[in-house]
Design a protein around this ligand. Sequence first.
Ligand code: PMP
Length: 401
Amino acid sequence: ASFFQEVEQAPPDPILGVTEAFKKDSSPDKLNLGVGAYRTENLEPLVLDVVKKAEERIMSQNNNKEYLAVEGFAPFREVTARLLLGDDSKALKEKRVVTLQSLSGTGSLRIGAAFLAKFRAGTTVYISNPTWGNHFNIFGDAGLETAKYRYFDAKTIGLDFDGMVEDLSAAPAGSVVILHGCAHNPTGVDPTKEQWKKIAQLCKDKGLFPFFDVAYQGFASGSLEEDAWAPRHFADEMGLEIIVSQSYSKNLGLYGERVGALNAVVSSADEVPKVLSQWKRIARATYSNPPTHGARIVTEVVGDDALFSEWKKEMEEMSGRIINVRAALQKALESRMPEKDWTFITRQIGMFSYTGMTKEQVEHMWEKWHVYCTKDGRLSLAGLSLSRADYLADAMVDAIN
Ligand code: PMP
């Protein structure tokens, strides 16, 4: 008998499965609105100019291919923590920040999850309903209990703030709460600053531990500062300890380079080397050390004034294009189906539009219109162009009616 005979087929990934179906479709009309990856108006992948410039500099440095330290590239670790927490960060000034370079957002979350499983065994991780589906894989595979808190209100297509507060208030002290730092995936609905303040106070009062997932810094509002407001408020204004995962997949378009970081703001500088030593211990056994190239790119861009300001412009262009596409789609839908309120399309922020479309409606768009999005009705508008907005509106209206 085969050693593998008991192995069953794993369920397909709900997001990556969309790309597979898209690739198999030979229609010239096809649209991939599944994966959250930025496309140009011609629907092509984009390598940012600042990334090309950084790569030229890196090539001229004649770097070797030696292993990085387990904790990553030292200059990268410094710039990434500063980008997240800000130049005026109290925590950084007081040397209360732990930073480990890791394999983009996912890898950073996974190291964080393994750390929680090891040092906070028995803790429950509270995850928003809905969320990016991989959160359940990551925390569940690390051996942690997960639970959902209310987040999205289908009636208002907005935040169910009261439900969120009620669920988090009922969580046992010591529980971990996963918070999307900005541009909530899949809903595109974020708390306001006033609501963030209340969430921070709730974490403080109830002894809940905030774990931020920051995968879209700069992509929500177009401003790096604005998009990092929540974790900065928790750490500096509220004096809370936090963990934050960071990703450069979207904001620098470094998807395949796998560059990101896991950070913690701790209460006292004495704890920094201890926590870092444990993160390194986990990383060592997981992948040993992180890749070099992406870390060098981030360091060149974030650490250089000229490239940094160019990057901000390119990020504004990317988020601006998505905002324009949202407006075009909303207008196209309003003209086809004026009886429905479509304003949520321009109210939601980030890459996604969470439409409330059912699985059957989505399947109709896949089959009849060659429009591919996830079965929960999430459209990645980063994959739509102005010239295809009418086509998408036709598909959506046909599927809904
Ligand atoms: N968290 C969220 C909420 C995301 O949407 C993503 C990207 N889809 C990630 C983390 C991580 O992506 P990556 O591993 O490419 O950084």
